[in-house]
Design a binder for this molecule. Sequence first.
Ligand code: HEC
Length: 444
Amino acid sequence: MDPMPIPRDFLLPLPAAEGDLELALVVLFLAHILLVNLMLGGALLTLAAEVRGLTRPAYDRLARTIAATVTVNKSLAVVLGVGPLLAINALYGLWFYTANALTGRAWILLVPLIASAFLLLYLHKYTWDALAGRKGLHLAIGAAGTLLLLAAPLVFLANVNLMLFPGRWGEVRGFLSAVALANVLPRYLHFLLASLAVAALFLAGWLCRRGFDFAAELPGLDRVAVKRELLGVALGATAAQLLAGPLVLLTLPPHGLSWLLLGNLAVAIAFAAAALVLLWRESGIEGPLGPRFWLVVVLLGGTVGLMGLGRHLYREQALTPHRELVAAHTADFRAASLGAEMRLAAGTPRLGPGETAASPGEKIFRASCMACHDVETKRVGPPLREIAGIYAGNPDGLIAWVKAPGRKRAGYPEMPPITMQPPQYEAVAAYILDEVFATPSESG
Ligand code: HEC
């Protein structure tokens, strides 16, 4: 594996409190993804109903009714998508940006891709009558729009997944290799199934709502039968999550897992299991939608909320080690650049008005060390008083360090090795150990 890239941070303050941004990210993302689910699941169910309408025309009307909800939901999904995008940029800019850059073309292609998908879906919706005699063409338009719509989340998913694994950044070459990471396709499957479940559940509530004149709007269809079919879809898709979910968990790199996350998932799964049982009962009932349906909505809502939280927990856990490396690297860089600046400033030793010529050791110190070392206070490196304490009577030890410094103190960057002529090493060591702290009376 290539060594893990460790970029430097921007060193800018967050635009709001970190906790607020995290909350905004989780909540806005959930709002966005639910509407994406409705849009995508709705588009798939529209197609399925329209295909069925080829033999049973009553379903064609159903397809049209569903299609009308898709374009509204898609508008809301897009607008709500801006929120999490802003929050993720503020909180994880470095990681998100890197993932975007690594999937470059696919990422930027999202714009024309999504725009084309939406235009095709509108075309599909508004040519229902005009193309009534050319159903094949009409279905092809809907299918093309839906296919493009299916591609967009895969690009997003590849990105938000890739940003979690800096260890893989070195080996990723564009979108396809980002999709090929083991856990992307299971996550995508998980998302598609959720879309079907959410959309079917929504439509069951929407078409069975009071105030919707089912018999007039959808002649030839039976309300209870449609309800049962939609709940059946929700049931099947949710049950399939019991397979897709573990697949996601097993393919996720384990370093992001924590007991908190597993506990969170266990509760989410318990909610989903309870919802499944209730859905099973409700879809078997030969009557209108009952209050049990709302319990299912609440339970699955809880599942979705916990999954959203779980995503965040995993992300935080997975990124913490790398974030610490980035912080250390950034601190080193700051100190080194500070040192370089000071070194430049101190580079030409100048004598003050009353000063006499410095000793050779002092000249070297001013030219090569003073940028980072002060006599009494910490600069980039420790003060000379500390150094003189360590190496008193041991100039060779000091010289050995200067030739090949190690990493010793926490909170300090690494000192660069400094190359000079042998007498210069000796002179600077003598200056630090014998001259600096010699009082005038002693030296005079
Ligand atoms: C670019 C900044 C920089 C310059 C220039 C620099 N140092 Fe350092 N020096 C450091 C830092 C940072 C440390 C602390 C490193 C650590 O503890 O890990 C350090 C530590 C030391 C130590 C302590 C070693 C120990 O065992 O604790 C000595 C001695 C030292 N420097 C001597 C020198 C001398 C002599 C020069 C000039 C010839 C010099 N340094 C130039 C940054 C610098």
